[in-house]
Design a protein around this ligand. Structure first.
Ligand code: GAR
Length: 195
């Protein structure tokens, strides 16, 4: 049996994708271990989920650092301390800069609630509904210096119904996020274990 892939999960909010990753690990679908959870918002609800699962969790307030570079240096220090090999952005609402990108080159993935390259950035579901798209979904991609850019790894598609509201559409997409993100982590874990 191969060693579970040591991963970090980055969040900014409620952490339902974090919980989905933990569930998939618990049920043996994903061979990974969440070594550390990092949030750029000290009050993020998802930090409680990490603590309940006895995972080291850090809420770092970017404004308490002299620069974004200093913030990311601290993040990289924590990732190294915890022996992280893959960084998973799961609702982390901040653009990753050079310090972190260089330290984890091609080892950072992100989940975004749209079919990229459509609807990068915020308020994806509002914009999708307003434009009248008939399909939406979610994308897991490698992270680069751009906003929701980088090589696409996997996507899941859901229909958009005429009766949809932001709530019903986001719920349908979120269900797919919770399936897709653990699947991608598992496929990367398998890839790395075969090297
Ligand atoms: C998810 O829908 C995720 O795709 C989105 O934030 C939500 C976090 O939910 N991420 C982005 O918009 C990143 N551009 P969660 O905290 O319950 O996992």
């Amino acid at each position: 049996m191969t060693k579970p892939l040591p991963i970090a999960v980055f969040i900014s909010g409620r952490g339902s994708n974090l919980q989905a990753i933990l569930n998939a690990i618990e049920s043996g679908l994903v061979s990974a271990q969440v070594k550390v959870v990092i949030s750029d918002r000290p009050g993020a609800l998802g930090l409680e989920c990490a603590q309940k699962n006895h995972i080291p969790a850090y809420g770092l307030d970017v404004t308490s650092f002299d620069s974004k570079r200093d913030y990311e240096c601290e993040v990289v220090r924590l990732l190294h301390i915890h022996g992280v090999e893959l960084v998973v952005l799961a609702g982390y609402m901040r653009i990753v800069s050079e310090t972190l990108l260089q330290a984890y080159l091609n080892k950072i993935i992100n989940i975004h609630p749209s079919l990229l390259p459509a609807f990068k950035g915020l308020h994806t579901h509002e914009r999708a509904l307003k434009l009248g798209v008939k399909f939406s979904g979610c994308t897991v991609h490698y992270v680069n210096e751009g906003l929701d850019e980088g090589q696409i790894i996997a996507q899941a598609v859901v229909p958009v119904l005429p009766s949809d509201t932001v709530e019903t559409l986001s719920e349908r997409v979120l269900k797919e996020e919770h399936r897709l993100l653990p699947e991608v982590i598992q496929s990367i874990a398998l890839d790395i274990s075969r090297r």
